[in-house]
Design a protein around this ligand. Sequence first.
Ligand code: SAM
Length: 307
Amino acid sequence: MTATEGSATGGARRWLPDGPDLIVASDNLEAIAALPPASFTLIYLDPPFNTGRSQQRQGVTTVASAGGSRVGFKGRRYESVKTTLYGYDDRFVDYWEFLEPRLVEAWRLLDDRGTLYLHLDYREVHYAKVALDALFGRECFLNEIVWAYDYGARTKRRWPSKHDTILVYVKNPDAYHFDAEAVDREPYMAPGLVTPEKAARGKLPTDVWWHTIVSPTGREKTGYATQKPEGVLRRIVQASSAPGDWVLDFFAGSGTTGAVAAALGRRFVMVDSNPQAIEVMRRRLPAASVIDELVTADAEKPGVVSA
Ligand SMILES: C[S@@+](CC[C@H](N)C(=O)[O-])C[C@H]1O[C@@H](n2cnc3c(N)ncnc32)[C@H](O)[C@@H]1O
């Protein structure tokens, strides 16, 4: 099947600003290369920690050994033994070789009002900040959001780690969209210290967000292991896009970004390479078109519907 229409499934399609919301079952780098520049006002990315290709570089060292096969100075015998070196470094290099070209594409795809939210944890976030400073420019850094939750076991060997970090960068620091008035307000911690009017209105969230993880028994739960809560995405979509704007998530997983975007009247493109994620999104976002290839205008093939 090469043609897709309405909410049809499979095939190839060109993204158009007045076309349908899309779920794309594909490797993301390949898919997003087909999207035109400056088409999205908001990009949210929640990449996996690992690329799935954790490498271990094999090192070799020489030790003295009576039965060794190599003869050296004064007839001493030596043996080469294998050691494992740089396991962590290899994973790091591998991860950033994977992520960096995708961040370059994210920059290309943001429009002048656009904002990138990159969701990571303590393992990679410091490298990501250096990479994004270089890619976007330090003047384009907007925030480092700490999402704090309280769930799971607590180690007694160090402070239990119970937060993720979301880095926020804008394409143009003089033109970016940020609507604080559109964001759901939260209760004051000490409502007795402010006027009753202020207490009733609540306060604007800061860069530290206390929010529960997706409840294992709640309405939101899709069963997708790394699903993020709609409440976290709602703030992001409310603040950094307007109704009608296009939102992109190319590590879409269960499609939380798409679900929130649709509920708030935004348009979306969700990309994921995992067939289970596509099945979850198909159920969660029934009005979207599900395709397995995004094509450019130039590469449009006969039979591909482009409007
Ligand atoms: C941490 S999960 C995202 C969870 C999502 N935020 C949610 O709320 O459900 C990361 C996702 O990236 C997808 N992914 C990893 N590498 C990918 C690639 N190269 N292309 C497309 N998707 C990829 C995985 O299949 C996984 O669903």
